[in-house]
Design a binder for this molecule. Structure first.
Ligand code: KG4
Ligand code: ZN
Length: 340
């Protein structure tokens, strides 16, 4: 067993600049700087994101070390998100981490962002209990929607994924149609909790364990356009019910597929991960599946759902223990898959 291992992890795959210090499996700090700039554009502008990462990275890393009460000389390794994500954003974190590891003469660890979302469940304070391999994970974020069979820390297989939009995009696009700012997922969730699911939207028919959300998005758009033509104040008058109806449809789509995957694999250990796993309705339905279907469910703490460096840090600790270091030739990979 290793003594205390301190790792600094950096996450910069999209529009959040984050740094975390971990001591073995315990998070000592997890600093996240959100980039407000994108809200006025209704989505992430890649060029602005990389520029903001450049501005944020030094203060965010400093804050993470300070909060953890750790000096650079105490670190055993530096980790960064290798991908997937936006190339310009990833390069900021990768270059920073590589320079720091080189200067401090300590190991460098390149981390897969999709694996890290799932491995967040192994942080000491993430759950009352840690998942047991093999388990299923529904990873739902702004860029991904997939059901993953997790055999081991770095041995994962995608059972199904979206063939078009990610579920987070469906949330964000719905928000945009309703005139809400980016990222709209949390707002749709908030209004939904005060409404009733009285409107019905067609659920996509996609084979096997795959998902599709682009048709739903168009269905919502046409529905709103038709209703606004009849009554220009339709959205303001019915915002809560519209959000509840969209949220209900999305939760049904996700749960239907998850139930199918549990049935086919016989695995009843089920986790959720990614930004959309913060969603109240999805959490409620998983809790209900635990009670009524005999599943053992792992629902992450809110701070480990949306992008954060703590999840990169726990993945890095597992890699460090296995001695899976990277050398300075490693580069960012915007298209990295969960099983690579
Ligand atoms: O994992 P994440 O931070 O970034 C990616 O890797 O994509 O996920 C961000 C996504 C956004 O689409 C955001 O709207 C969505 O997660 N999100 C939510 C909620 N909180 C964040 N969607 C629905 N309900 C929420 N409570
Ligand atoms: Zn993510």
């Amino acid at each position: 067993m290793l003594d205390n291992t301190y790792i600094l992890a950096i996450e910069s795959s999209c529009d959040d600049t984050s740094a975390s210090v971990i001591c073995n499996e315990q998070i000592l700090s997890n600093i996240v700087a959100n980039q407000e700039i994108h809200s006025q554009y209704g989505g992430v502008v890649p060029e602005l994101a990389s520029r903001a990462h450049q501005q944020n990275i030094v203060p965010v890393v400093d804050a993470a070390l300070k909060k953890a009460k750790i000096s650079k000389s105490q670190l055993h390794a530096i980790a960064f998100t290798q991908g997937p994500g936006l190339m310009g954003s990833l390069l900021v974190g990768a270059s920073f981490a590589k320079s720091m590891a080189l200067t401090l003469q300590i190991p460098l660890l390149a981390i897969n962002h999709m694996q890290a979302h799932i491995l967040a469940h192994f942080i000491d304070d993430a759950n009352e209990k840690k998942p047991i391999f093999p388990f299923l994970c529904l990873t739902i974020s702004g860029g991904h929607t997939q059901i993953v069979k997790v055999y081991d820390y770095f041995d994962m297989k995608i059972l199904g994924e979206t063939i078009d939009d990610a579920v987070g995009e469906a949330y964000d696009k719905t928000a945009k149609i309703l005139g809400l700012p980016y990222p709209g997922g949390p707002l749709v969730d908030k209004y939904a909790q005060a409404g009733s699911a009285i409107y019905k939207f067609t659920k996509p028919k996609v084979k096997e364990h795959h998902f599709s959300f682009s048709g739903l998005k168009t269905g919502i758009l046409y529905f709103i356009q038709k209703k606004v033509k009849e009554d220009p104040n339709f959205i303001t008058k019915n915002l809560n019910d519209i959000c509840a109806s969209v949220q209900n449809t999305i939760a049904e789509i996700l749960m239907d597929k998850l139930k199918m995957a549990v049935k086919e694999t016989g695995i009843k250990q089920v986790a959720i991960a990614g930004g959309v796993s913060a969603n109240s309705e999805i959490r409620k339905r998983l809790q209900s599946a635990q009670t009524h279907l005999g599943w053992t469910c792992y629902i992450p703490k809110f701070e480990y759902t949306t992008d954060n460096a703590a999840m990169i840090a726990i993945a890095a600790y597992q890699k460090y223990k296995l001695g899976l270091y990277n050398n300075q030739t490693i580069t960012a990979n915007p298209r990295l898959k969960v099983n690579s």
